[in-house]
Ligand binder design. Structure first.
Ligand SMILES: [Zn+2]
Length: 638
């Protein structure tokens, strides 16, 4: 799913791959006596399905079973209709039907990174086997919503030159990025891509699944386990759900995989130091731009599946399939308690927003700690190929097996927190249509004041805003520094209020908290307000500040949802190739502006305006926190 932070072996060891395949023979998907074959199966795992093949397979299944409906999820940038499969018995006509059946919805998506095609093949097999094998009981307890080919545009750029680090399929796979050149698994917060907007609108806000499963394939470490996985790891989500997933759900899922499907699983990660595996095993980053972290902020369960890249294609597909079966086994056996757990988390979140307590904090910085229990990685002794030195000496695995029982760094804990509020206020002058639309798009309840209100609020005294030097997903992401300041502020009619007393209250905070490491400020949604020194905009007659939307060399505003297709494409492609957060150095006039890589010192609140500050209030930051609920006269935008 992502490149390892460490330079692991790059040489593909075909011999070792054979050893793995021979030594580990997970139970393959059950032999199919009936139903269509996937392209992977019919080609003996030399090829993977194109978009058209997926549609043909799905149509064949529709002829064979009345328990499958296919909706058009969205039309991709390049014009492909992406199918969304609804599977149920009885087949619900709508999400309302599913709720009245009292069957939780499980959502599985595959192929978000379209070079990582194992999930696409596995979910098609899964749908076929569930629909045609009457002994599989999942539909008695669950409704399944499945997208086999989330990134259809990337998928159909199949080429044997893609992902050459993995053994097969020999006829090639697609590419990582979407038709708009987005990395879709970095888009969950800014939601600029057609695909992620579809996910929010058609699945998360509509079907409201209790669990989202996102299928990927690794790029890094060598080990014997054929499937790895992660839970939502951001601690700003519901901690009861987080703890339940990592301490109960995942161990039980792992046991089912091993006992019933003869498939070994492992928590997702990579060696902190490939030359010294004993230093530990480390998970991915915690930001909710990753879809499986994002889902945790919505009080829903999430599973990131990462198939083991160095296994052969057939083994990878079988591993993904076994993991999905184990997940459904667990969910079907625990459907009622899982649904109750989700409802309880929603109720806790609403209660917190109604009366935030001192303990209710929002983490703006994290510290990565080891979990209480170590993890056992069934790995290999590593050989260093250029022992002479260099900062990153090359290593490669030997054929000598070695079980490393080592610390698992997968516990992100708050390092610095700010108080959790009852809600966030955006003054009318800063409440752009783009900001309001984005909040609504995430499914938040957004309200608008219909009468002015003067309120005791917490403002933010910004001392510095810094745009990233390098473009990342078409953005120069912001970081801000400053301190809270208590203030009395008049909010005009038209100002926006977002309560945290709603099931998506944690998500509201992540999007709107001034120092959030992955919020709307991060993604440039308020740049025009921040760059001009105030949400009132620049003084009359002033030129737009460098770096502000409309200024020469301005970075793409977040509101520009046209994507990276024009001009910014190279940035995304480079980013995909490198797998790193920063891919292309910024250039041009934009780099001179406040958003363009240099810290733009902003006078503290109360300082002379100096002709740059608008707003005219005690502070110019465009978001205020209401710490205790207040009576407001307002109506609902959505
Ligand atoms: Zn991936």
């Amino acid at each position: 799913m992502k490149r390892s932070r460490l330079p692991l072996a790059t040489a593909a060891l075909a011999v070792l791959g054979l050893v793995l395949a021979a030594g580990f023979a997970p139970v393959q998907a059950q032999a199919q006596a009936k139903g269509p074959l996937t392209v992977a199966e019919s080609s003996n795992y030399a090829a993977t399905s194109r978009h058209a093949d997926v549609l043909i397979f799905v149509r064949e299944m529709q002829k064979l079973s009345p328990l499958l409906r296919v909706e058009t999820y969205f039309r991709s940038f390049e014009g492909r209709d992406v199918p969304l499969l609804i599977v149920g018995n009885p087949l619900p006509a709508s999400p309302f039907d599913a709720r009245s059946l009292k069957k939780p919805v499980i959502y599985i998506q595959a192929n978000i990174h379209a070079g990582e095609v194992e999930g696409k093949e596995a979910v098609l097999m899964l749908v076929r086997d569930i629909l045609l094998d009457p002994k599989l009981p999942y539909l008695d307890k669950l409704v399944l919503v499945i997208c086999p080919i989330f990134n259809a545009d990337g998928n159909d750029k199949i080429n044997p030159a893609n992902r050459r680090q993995q053994p097969g399929p020999e006829q090639g796979v697609g590419i990582r990025t979407s038709g708009q050149n987005y990395d879709l698994n970095r888009d969950a917060i800014k939601a600029e891509s057609i695909e992620v907007q579809g996910l929010l609108e058609s699945v998360l806000n509509r079907w409201d699944p209790i669990l989202l499963v996102d299928c990927h394939t690794t790029d890094g470490a060598w080990h014997e386990q054929t499937v790895t996985y992660s839970w939502p790891i951001n601690p700003n989500g519901d901690l009861t759900l987080l703890e339940f997933q990592r301490s109960k759900f995942f161990p039980e899922m792992e046991k089912i995989m091993k006992d019933k499907y003869k498939t070994l699983g492992l928590g997702y990660g990579g060696f902190r130091d490939a030359r010294a595996p004993e230093k530990g095993w480390e998970t991915l980053d915690p930001q909710p731009r990753y879809i499986t972290n994002y889902i945790g902020l919505r009080n829903r369960l999430g599973i990131l599946i990462e198939n083991y890249v160095h296994a052969d294609f057939k083994t990878r597909v079988a591993g993904n399939y076994a993991c999905l079966r184990a997940i459904l086994d667990y969910c079907a056996a625990n459907a009622e308690p899982l649904a109750k757990m989700i409802a309880d988390a929603d109720a806790r979140t609403v209660a917190r927003g109604l009366a935030p307590a001192a303990k209710d904090a929002f983490a703006v910085e994290f510290e990565l700690k080891a979990l209480p229990n170590p993890i056992t990685v069934l790995g290999f002794e590593m050989d260093t190929t250029n022992a002479a030195g260099g900062r990153f000496p090359q290593t490669k695995p030997s054929d000598r097996k070695h079980a490393y029982t080592i610390p698992y760094f997968a516990d992100f804990v708050p390092k610095r927190t700010v108080p959790f509020p009852a809600g966030y206020l955006i003054p009318a002058a800063a409440a752009s249509a783009e900001v309001v639309h984005k909040l609504v798009q995430h499914g938040l309840v957004v309200e608008r004041l219909v009468q002015p209100a003067t309120l005791e609020v917490e403002g933010f005294r910004m001392s510095e805003i810094k745009g990233a030097e390098r473009l990342y997903q078409g953005h120069r992401t912001n970081t801000v520094k400053g301190a809270p300041v208590a203030t009395k502020q008049e909010f005009a009619a038209g100002s926006i209020f977002v309560t945290t007393a709603q099931p998506l209250g944690s998500l509201a905070a992540y999007l709107l908290e001034p120092e959030s490491d992955d919020g709307l400020i991060t993604w440039n949604y308020f740049d025009k307000d921040l760059a001009s020194g105030g949400f009132g905009g620049p003084p009359p007659g002033a030129a737009p500040p460098a770096g502000a939307p409309g200024a020469p060399g301005a970075p793409p505003a977040a509101a520009n949802t046209q994507g990276l297709a024009a001009g910014q494409g190279a940035a995304a492609v480079q980013g995909a190739a490198g797998g790193q957060s920063a891919a292309v150095t910024g250039g041009g006039a934009g780099a001179q502006g406040g958003q363009g890589g240099q810290a733009a010192a902003v006078a503290p609140a109360g300082a002379p305006a100096g002709g740059q500050r608008g707003g005219g209030g005690s502070t110019s930051f465009p978001i205020y926190k209401l710490m205790k609920p207040a009576t407001l006269v307002k109506d609902i935008v959505r």
